[in-house]
Write a protein that binds this ligand. Structure first.
Ligand code: ZN
Length: 242
């Protein structure tokens, strides 16, 4: 089986659709979504509706939990808080019902799926090899898949130590039997300086993961955000992937 690993769609329908088109070209049997389907972007309802129609396994992110009033939006950056409050007004009962079905974490094919980190699935940013190593005792599977930072990342872990690497360019990363913590980057608001949508495909047969970047109509998303009067900084950052 092949699994498309997506995270941080963030209500960006143009980016999500472009990624789905790329996935159908490259073929995947199922989507694993690491959360933050909503927040920041102009199409939270349409993104939830499109995601739930896919063959998918999804865990929630901090923005999804804020939309469900399960964590306080006031704990977010002011621009995120403003977009969270706007997002809540756009969601309908079926969106809330779908969000309510999501398990906090999941484990399939030797991979643990969480939004932020295995020891703190809601808030912790997996930004360094030190933080990766501190999380090794908090998941049992060979691989842990995380999102939340919106930056692609590879942590190769042996015994109690992790080393940060990059995904290979245009080639799969062979996992072998080594433990890894992997981040596929962000679909709807990439933050690694490349504005294209980011996602990965895990091949369960060869046990390898490949990263892909997909161009999408950024201006169309920004025009919708402007119309919705979402914060200017959130509109501008899509152009730069920061
Ligand atoms: Zn996010």
């Amino acid at each position: 089986m092949r699994y498309a690993i997506l995270s941080d769609i963030h209500g960006n329908l143009e980016a999500f659709r472009a990624v789905l088109a790329d996935i159908s070209r490259r073929r995947a049997d199922m989507i694993w979504c690491l959360g933050d389907i909503v927040g920041y972007g102009p199409d939270p309802h349409a993104c939830l509706d499109l995601l739930k129609r896919q063959r998918q396994l999804t865990v929630p992110g901090n923005h999804d939990l804020a939309a469900m009033n399960m964590i306080a939006s006031s704990d977010f950056h002011p621009d995120a808080d403003e977009s969270n409050r706007w997002t809540k007004e756009q969601l309908v009962d079926s969106d809330m019902a779908f969000l309510g079905t999501l398990p906090p974490t999941a484990e399939k094919e030797g991979c643990t799926l969480v939004h932020a980190s295995p020891r703190d699935p809601i808030w912790e940013y997996m930004r360094s090899a030190e933080v990766a190593a501190q999380n090794l005792a908090s998941f049992q599977s060979q691989v842990c898949l995380v999102g939340h930072t919106h930056k692609p990342a590879v942590f190769r872990c042996i015994d109690n130590t992790c080393v940060e690497e990059k995904f290979p360019d245009d080639a799969p990363l062979d996992l072998g039997k080594t433990r890894f913590i992997l981040n596929p980057g962000g679909v709807g608001q990439p933050r690694d300086g490349d504005p294209r949508a980011s996602y990965a495909i895990f091949d369960g047969g060869s046990r390898s993961v490949q990263l892909f970047r997909v161009a999408y109509d950024i201006a169309a998303t920004q025009a919708k955000m402007l119309k919705a009067k979402l914060p200017q900084a959130l509109i501008a950052r899509l152009s730069y992937g920061l």
